[in-house]
Design a protein around this ligand. Structure first.
Ligand code: HEM
Length: 155
């Protein structure tokens, strides 16, 4: 059961961040201020209410599964998780809340775009770290083959 929960949460959590990221870029580039404000509101509710429990589920179930595992891949995943959690809780969540408030009030000044840029950088960082964790997880579960080191000629 923790294995299935980890697989489902481990796929949904990066997808969730990717959806926030892509929709933010598209709306900022092509949408009106009203559309940006609507998206900011959706990212907070229901977005964060989905993303934060997913992150807790993937971290918790991962730590549980890791009790019986040793090795480079599991160690790398364990090291990445505090960065993912801190980046999420200390950067992404506050950014999403502040941007939602400012957008609802129609404040699209420099501060809005500075915070928006910080949010996009933090989102991309978490997406990359979660992608690496998903890749290492799929390798550990035997669903992804580890590519052999490139063959070298000896003659
Ligand atoms: C955002 C973070 C994470 C993501 C996206 C993620 C994703 C995944 C995925 C997709 C799998 C494959 C599951 C399967 O095919 O059944 C997996 C397996 C695994 N993950 Fe994670 N994971 C994350 C965090 C962690 C953490 C923090 C740990 C703790 C060290 C961990 C430990 C494991 C273990 C031990 C497996 C292998 C399960 C098995 O025995 O088959 N994961 N992970």
């Amino acid at each position: 059961m923790p294995k299935r929960a980890h697989l489902v949460a481990g796929i949904l959590a990066p997808l969730c961040i990717a959806a926030f990221f892509v929709s933010t870029i598209l709306t900022e580039l092509f949408g009106s201020h009203a559309a940006v404000a609507q998206l900011k509101s959706l990212i907070v509710t229901p977005g964060l209410w989905i993303m934060v429990p997913l992150m807790a589920a993937v971290g918790g179930s991962g730590m549980f599964l890791a009790r019986s595992r040793k090795g480079r891949l599991v160690d790398a995943k364990k090291k990445r998780m505090p960065f993912i959690a801190a980046n999420g809780l200390l950067v992404l969540v506050p950014c999403a809340i502040v941007l939602d408030r400012w957008a609802a009030a129609g404040s699209f000044g420099t501060a809005f775009y500075v915070v928006q840029t910080i949010e996009l950088i933090a989102g991309a960082t978490n997406l990359a770290l979660m992608g690496l964790n998903a890749r290492d997880g799929l390798r550990m579960a035997g669903r992804l083959r580890v590519s052999p080191p490139s063959a070298t000629r000896t003659s």
